[in-house]
Design a protein around this ligand. Sequence first.
Ligand code: ADP
Ligand code: MG
Length: 339
Amino acid sequence: MTSFSQDILASTAQLQLRSIGKRYGALSALQDIDLQVQRGEIFGIIGRSGAGKSSLLRLINRLESPSEGQVLIDGEDIARFDSARLHVLRRKVAMIFQHFNLMATRTVAENIELPLRMAGLPRAERAHRVDELLHLVGLAERRDAYPAQLSGGQKQRVGIARALVLQPDILLCDEATSALDPESTQAILELLRDINRRLGLTIVLITHEMEVIRDLCHRVAVLERGQVVEQGEVWQVFGDPRHEVSQILLGGPARTGQGTAAATELWLELHYTGERALEPDLAGLTAALGSGLRLLHGGIDRIQGRALGCLRVALPHCHEPDAVLARAGQLADRVQRVY
Ligand SMILES: Nc1ncnc2c1ncn2[C@@H]1O[C@H](COP(=O)(O)OP(=O)(O)O)[C@@H](O)[C@H]1O
Ligand SMILES: [Mg+2]
């Protein structure tokens, strides 16, 4: 891309991150981040755990401030906002979370209403808006239920309704589907896509689930150790991932022993060939390999009662990779370290 077209992109961007750095004490969580998000775009950020994704997102609604660089929304540096404008910013930039962050003692309708109460809207207006949102997210029948009575997918619908109730311009999603089963994930993605189209809402979404990016996003950036190592249109990055981390995240050619392997995170491929009739049991794997275990990718077929296929899992904070590999070898027919 020429610098000229980059300038045009920048000048029309709703959200711009310019030369962002973020430090927590001595730890440098983000370095030299330059990103632009256009109005109405669904922009994905992928990366392994600890890459800096959540830190990046928190800069956009000024939950945190960058150590270097600027965050511009509609061309304005949000660091300069006084408290009145910050208040507006917080309404314009909404957020949803992996664990929904609902209030357990309030009903669905009350949870959705909460931001309206805090904004001081009159009762009739609040009731009208809550009804609208309940219908938008398909929860009109559950309005008086409490969060504990809802499925994960329904809880996230409440989270989305609550985030949208003040009519934001930008929605930030931090691993919004990571706690959901595949079916609920699909339904939530459908809802987000619908909201993006109908309301023209800009969405910045972080995830470690590649299907989410592939199914929903227009453009994607790959974050690794606090830096953007690759970005582009989703079809481009998926079709021809250039950086090693993108290749691994996207399930491209697995590479081992390339020096850049994470000190603390271990990625394994567990192959099931049917020989020992082993079961790809995630609960068993978690018990044997560590509670932080994440499923990155899975493809299991069942033939004559035997599970055949491969699971790709990540183990954060792994200090004894050899011991873990040995234990994993008991649970799968073949185990390969991919990162
Ligand atoms: N509030 C904080 N204080 C200190 N360190 C933090 C804080 N938040 C994140 N970090 C560190 O910054 C790095 C990036 O974290 P994070 O942004 O949460 O990554 P991700 O969301 O990609 O998993 C990690 O090393 C994490 O431990
Ligand atoms: Mg995170």
